[in-house]
Every structure is written in C-alpha cells, then in structure tokens.
Design a protein around this ligand. Structure first.
Ligand code: R5P
Length: 284
C-alpha cells in the first residue's frame, strides 16, 4: 500500500509511514491565487493500492479529500482507501428539527464517491459508519492508546462528561486499569452546559476527563468543576479530536492540571498519535 498525505495531518501521516513502512506518494498540493486547490500526484500509482490520509474538517480539507481520492481513482489506483482522522459534521448525526440537513449522512455519501474503503477515527456516533452505502467503513478507536498514556501519568479515575462518551471512557479505563463513570450533560446553548449532580469517588485522586471532541471547552470546564468540588487531587482532560474553538485551549489550560489530545487534529496538545490504531485497521 502507498500513502498519499493530504494537507490536514502531516505528523500523523509521518507516524503511519514509520509504522507501516508504506512508501509515501509524491503529491503537489497548493492553492491558486484565488484560493482554489491545485493537486497533482507525481508518482505512478496505476495498479497500486493507495491510501489517502486527509481529515474532512474544516470545509477546505473536505474538498481536498474529494479532489485527492478522485484523482487517485482517475490515475488508475487498484484501490483507494480514505483515512479520515477527523470526520467533520459528525455531530449533525440525525435530523433534530424538521427541515434540517442530516449533514453526517450528506458527507458520508459524498466521501464514498471515489473510495473503496474508509477508515474513520472515533466518530461522534459509531452509527455514522452505516451512512456509507457504497464503501466499507471501518471505525477505529484511539481510546485504548489514550488509556495507556493515562496509565503512564498514574491516572486513578476516568470520567466521561456524558452518556455518549461513556463507551470511550470504558475503553480508556480498561487500558489504564482504573475505574470510570459518566455524568449526565444537558446542553443549554452552543457554549454552556449543565451537569446533573452525581457522587463521584474521586477524593484525593488523579482524575482524567475523556471525551471524543473538545470544541469550546465548555463541557470539560463544567466536568472539571464537578470533580474539584468533590475533592479530586488533580484534574486532567484528554480527547481524540481537539478542535479548541474560540480560545478553548487557553481557557482550559488555566483550569486543568494537563490537557491532551491526539493528532487527528494537529495542535499543541497533540501528545498521543492515532497512527497505531489506524495502521492496525489498514494492515488487517
Ligand atoms: C458532544 O456530545 C461531544 O462529545 C463533546 O462533548 C462536545 O462536542 C464538546 O463541545 P464543547 O467543548 O463545546 O463543550
């Protein structure tokens, strides 16, 4: 298999290259003066199995994914696998109000146009894999790797801020060898959440809050306050996808003892690589 690295995840692509020993395909990706994307694959990929590594967030990256996968198909690749470290629009995973776009479905239907297979990392809801009707979708979780990282930091308790993240917390806790539980979150608006009170056995413990995504940081902030109120000795947070919108990272760094994410969205907190989880799926 040969790798084509899009612009979104150069570090992650480098780790994948090291783990898989797969050669990287030389590609020229740049922008025309008007902002439109120019893409050229320089190497001959005819008859090769190729893998395009590219997130579909923000929108420019989604377009680059479509352009690169279509190009690989046009150049006669034997198979095209799309590795999507962060799948954008996953949170619009159903129609909440009549007349709304089911955007996760729209994205899946377009993403699958020029690929045989897709590998997605910690989707907001795993059920989104079913929206790929013409390509096989493999869902991989970096949570065991997050758990191993937490074990090195002697984390004694893992907390998911809501029911949706409970399975991810379970996977991380299993690898870390510690207890876990989840809170019940209610979203009041885009930046504010409330959490139902719950007794947590965290007094004097090092605790890590685990979530799939951190965006504004409002969810983690509220969960960290609940943990401090109940006597946690130190509070860390870790997510798969660190979006950190609107100054969320700096705000959280003031409140936490440590903030970590993976390289599905490359940012200063990316301390854990998703490459091993992706490589396992690709090599299978
Ligand atoms: C939503 O259910 C997700 O799992 C995250 O909890 C959410 O996206 C975090 O958003 P924010 O950081 O803005 O609270």
């Amino acid at each position: 298999m040969k790798l084509i690295s899009g612009s979104s995840n150069p570090n992650l692509s480098g780790h994948l290259l090291d783990l898989m020993g797969a050669p990287i395909v030389e590609a020229e990706i740049r922008r025309f003066p008007d902002g439109e994307l120019y893409a050229r694959i320089v190497d001959d990929i005819s008859g090769e199995d190729v893998c395009v590594v590219q997130s579909t967030y923000p929108d420019d990256n989604a377009l680059e994914f479509l352009i690169l996968t279509q190009l690989a198909q046009d150049l006669g690749a034997a198979s095209v696998t799309g590795v999507i470290p962060y799948f954008g629009y996953a949170r619009q995973d159903r129609v909440f109000k009549a007349g709304e776009s089911f955007t996760a479905r729209t994205m899946a239907r377009h993403i699958q146009m020029a690929v045989d297979r897709v590998v997605c990392v910690n989707l907001h809801k795993e059920a989104i894999t079913e929206e790929f009707t013409d390509a096989r979708c493999t869902h991989v979780s970096v949570m065991p790797h997050i758990g191993e990282f937490m074990k090195q930091h002697d984390i004694q308790y893992i907390l998911a801020p809501d029911k949706g993240a409970a399975e991810y917390a379970r996977q991380a806790a299993e690898a870390a060898g510690c207890e876990y539980t989840n809170l019940e979150k209610k979203r009041l608006d885009g930046r504010t959440v409330s959490m139902a009170p719950k007794d947590l056995d965290v007094k004097g413990k090092k605790v890590c809050i685990i979530d799939d995504i951190i965006a504004t940081g409002g969810t983690i902030l509220r969960a960290s306050q609940a943990l401090r109120e109940q006597g946690a000795e130190s509070v860390f947070a870790c997510c798969a996808h660190g979006l950190f919108t609107g100054g969320g990272r700096k705000m959280l760094e003031k409140h936490l003892d440590g903030l970590y994410s993976t390289d599905t969205i490359e940012n200063p907190t990316s301390s854990i690589s998703a490459a091993a989880a992706i490589a396992d799926a690709l090599l299978k």
